[in-house]
Structure formats: C-alpha cells, structure tokens
Design a protein. Structure first.
Length: 286
C-alpha cells in the first residue's frame, strides 16, 4: 500500500490530482474550521482529489489561537457546560471541539467521495445561525444567500444526507425548510428494492418519516436505504436530484405494507443537531 502524502500548509493544491494519478493518497494536515466554512475543503476534495485530512494537538491549538473561527463555539460550549453542570475547563472544552471538528470533516469527506452530490451542482458550505423561533425541527437559518449563488428550491445536505431545501433567501442568509417540517414531501426510491414513494414528516418527531408507497407490489425490508427519486408532482414542493441519501427503513411490517401501503424511515441526518451544511446550487430550475 502506498503511504499517504501529506500536503503542508501553504502548498498549492493544484498538484494533488497529479499526485493521485501516480497512486499517492494525499492528505491535508492543517485541519481548521475555516476549511469547512469557506468551502475550500469541499473544493479540494471534488476538484483536486484530496483523499484525507489529519491533525495533531499543536496544529489544532494553533488554529484556535491564531484565528477567531472558534471563539463563538468555545464560548457556547463553556456556557452549555456551566448550565448542565459538566466540566467547563479549557482542556475539556478543547477536547470536545477537536472531536466534533474531526467528525464533521470526516462526514463531509465521506459524503463528497460517495458520489451522492449530483453532477451539475456546486456545494456551498454554510453554518446554521438560527432555529425557528416557534417550531423546533421545522426550519433553520444559514449564513449564505443569493450573493453566494443560493436560490429557493436548492437542496440542502450535510455529511449524512438530505436535510431539506432552501425556501427563502436574502443576499447573505437563507431559510431552510427541513424534511421534518409538516409541509415537506420528498419523492424517494428504496434501494435495492426499487419501490418508489413519498416520505413525509411526523410532526414533533424529527427522527421519524413516513414512507407512502406508489403502486408497488414489492415488499421492502428493515435496514434498506432510501434515496431521492428525482421526480416531482402535485404536493411535492421541490425537485431534488436523484440518489441523495435520505434515510433508512426502520419498520416495514407486512401489515403496514399491504394494508396501509407505508413504512417508517429514520433520516440519516440528525435534524435536531445541525451545524455545518451544504447547499447544492446550480442544478435544474425548480
């Protein structure tokens, strides 16, 4: 096995693809939050062929001390720890931030390399900056807008899968209606069964979607994957490109399938805990 080549900070990324063609697995050893928020990490994966990212305590410490990227997260973590009664010392908070950052980068890297991002779309990375003031798990506000190429109808994903679509946008912010909102309806396909249907939210239960079948005589099974189908119709509010991961079938009894023509799906994305997301811009008109 070829040992990973590590790209040092400040090195041009234009040569990564050439190294990959020679059998080198190129890793970036400068993990920091700016990679996520600027979209640079996704660009390096998609355009340059970056295959991994790594760090160590001194690099991560430098990223925290040498920028303001982590100030808000650090303050929020200490405040939350104070309220909950958990340890709020610097070392504990630092460890929590480091683990969370690594997990987020890992998920985005895995998602970008999975082929789930449709061709013809350009991911724009955003941070969640606000929740619905009255209804939890209904919509969120993100810190990108029309000035970043975001338009109403654009699909929104995170490192796990589909979370919703842009329902309104200003120059610098956008409102994302989640798939857990009562108005959401997404056309989907069950893999590998091929059964098609529509998933809708269960009000007040963001981790439970109901899949209604459309004229199918095939049975589906617990554990099968659900992806977007790519078509739209009456009552389907947004045309999502095909094959974006949506969730996993968690209940599929014969009675529910034959008598009620439905089953239960758990979203891959944790809709109760959203931070970094991607808007898939530039796709077909909605």
């Amino acid at each position: 096995m070829t040992a990973p080549s590590r790209l040092r900070p400040g090195t041009t990324t234009g040569r990564i693809a050439a190294l990959a063609a020679l059998g080198q697995s190129v890793w970036f050893d400068n993990i920091r939050r700016g990679l996520l928020t600027s979209g640079e990490f996704e660009r390096m994966v998609r355009e340059d062929g970056l295959t991994g990212v790594t760090s160590n305590p001194s690099i991560f410490e430098k990223a925290i001390v040498g920028s303001t990227d982590y100030d808000e997260a650090f303050a929020a973590a200490r405040a939350s720890a104070s309220v909950s009664g958990t340890p709020s010392d610097v070392n504990t908070v630092y460890e929590g931030l480091a683990i969370a950052e690594n997990a987020e980068l890992h998920k985005l890297l895995r998602f970008d390399q999975s082929g789930a991002i449709p061709e013809g779309t350009e991911p724009v990375t955003a941070r969640v900056i606000g929740l619905s003031p009255t209804v939890w798990f209904s919509d969120v506000m993100i810190d990108v807008g029309t000035g970043d190429g975001v338009r109403p109808g654009d699909p929104v994903v995170n490192g796990d899968g589909l979370i919703g679509h842009v329902s309104a946008a200003t120059g610098s912010t956008a409102k994302v209606t989640l798939i857990s909102d009562h108005s959401s309806a997404v056309s989907v396909r069950v893999v590998p069964a091929g059964v098609q249907g529509i998933v809708k939210a269960t009000v007040g239960e963001p981790n439970r979607l109901v899949l209604s079948f459309l004229n199918s005589d095939k049975n589906i099974h617990k554990g099968e994957s659900v992806v977007t189908a790519g078509w739209h119709g009456e009552g389907i509010e947004s045309r999502f490109p095909p094959n974006i991961p949506v969730g996993e079938v968690t209940r599929a009894t014969i009675f529910e399938q034959e008598a009620q023509e439905r089953s239960v799906v758990r979203p891959y994305a944790d809709l109760r805990n959203l931070d970094t997301v991607q808007v898939l811009t530039g796709g077909a008109s909605k």
